[in-house]
Design a protein. Structure first.
Length: 98
């Protein structure tokens, strides 16, 4: 699996608007496995993780015009472009309660 971890600085008062933007999107990029968005207790910057089946799927999404349009909408609610850390996830495990 391949993906990105990103940090975003949300504009003051735009937290719910940003969440609404993410929730209203029904777009599921080809090859996306999962994504998460965290509002950390100890930091003001939100942290996101996007996981894809492969690097090719990740890059295809990054270059998709629909993704570009969604990113333009995202930029209305954040202070600056996110920081990105791309790479291969070398281990993963989903825990089941029980």
């Amino acid at each position: 699996m391949y993906g990105t971890i990103f940090n975003i600085k949300v504009k003051e008062g735009h937290e719910q608007l940003l969440l609404d933007l993410f929730k209203q999107s029904e777009r599921v990029p080809k090859g996306m496995v999962a994504w998460f968005l965290m509002d950390p207790d100890e930091d003001k910057d939100w942290i996101g993780v996007a996981i894809f089946e492969s690097k090719e799927a990740h890059l295809s999404n990054a270059n998709d015009p629909e993704q570009g349009a969604q990113f333009t909408q995202l930029m209305e609610h954040i202070k600056e472009e996110p920081t990105w850390t791309d790479g291969t996830f070398v281990i993963s495990e989903i825990m089941q309660a029980g």
